[in-house]
Design a protein around this ligand. Structure first.
Ligand code: SF4
Length: 186
């Protein structure tokens, strides 16, 4: 049973006053001053690049840097949710383990070498030209004009957007390449 305290209050009423009414606000001054890290951030609606479900995402950025990516609650597809893979999209941009240089492994080599991007672009262009020159088919065995090259294939990346895939398709089709796939999402 509660008894009178030094303030002269007692019983159940005094107990409640001491523990609820007179208790200082349990939210600290520091907590009052805290704000969400996404506050005042620019919000851009985007689409998860990983699979064909096409979940909508909100991309938060400040000073040109992405600071958070989460599900878009206005989307009829995902209603604000993302699967574990989609929820990790942030790491596509901010990830210290992501390679940012060209890595080249020479034929029969057992290790990777860092090379300049220009070197890689030149090598790809040279290999494409050499392969196409050597294997281009102007006609089929029946003499029908086909203008195709079956020795080169293209596999697209999930984070390529429609415009990039349009240009890629134009390039490969112009070269006669027929084995083309992409993963246009955005
Ligand atoms: S969040 Fe998951 S289910 Fe949705 S599009 Fe991305 S990978 Fe697919």
């Amino acid at each position: 049973m509660a008894t009178a305290n030094s303030n002269g209050t007692g019983g159940r009423e005094g107990f409640l006053k001491r523990h609820i009414g007179f208790v200082p606000n349990p939210i600290s001054k520091r907590s009052h001053q805290l704000t969400a890290r996404t506050q005042d951030a620019r919000v851009t609606v985007s689409v998860c690049p990983y699979c064909g479900v096409g979940c909508s995402q909100l991309v938060y950025s400040k000073a040109g840097k992405v600071i958070n990516i989460e599900g878009n609650p206005d989307s009829p597809i995902n209603g604000g949710h993302l699967c574990p893979k989609g929820a990790s999209t942030y790491q596509l941009i901010n990830n210290p383990n992501r390679p940012t240089t060209v890595l080249y492994r020479a034929p029969k080599s057992d290790h990777w070498e860092t090379r300049p991007l220009e070197w890689a672009m030149d090598r790809i262009a040279q290999l494409v030209k050499t392969t196409r020159d050597a294997t281009f088919q102007m006609t089929n065995p029946e003499g029908t004009r086909i203008n195709r090259c079956e020795s080169i294939g293209h596999i697209g990346g999930a984070t390529l957007d429609n415009e990039e895939n349009y240009l890629i398709l134009k390039l490969w089709r112009a070269l006669g390449i027929v084995h083309i796939t992409n993963q246009a999402r955005i």
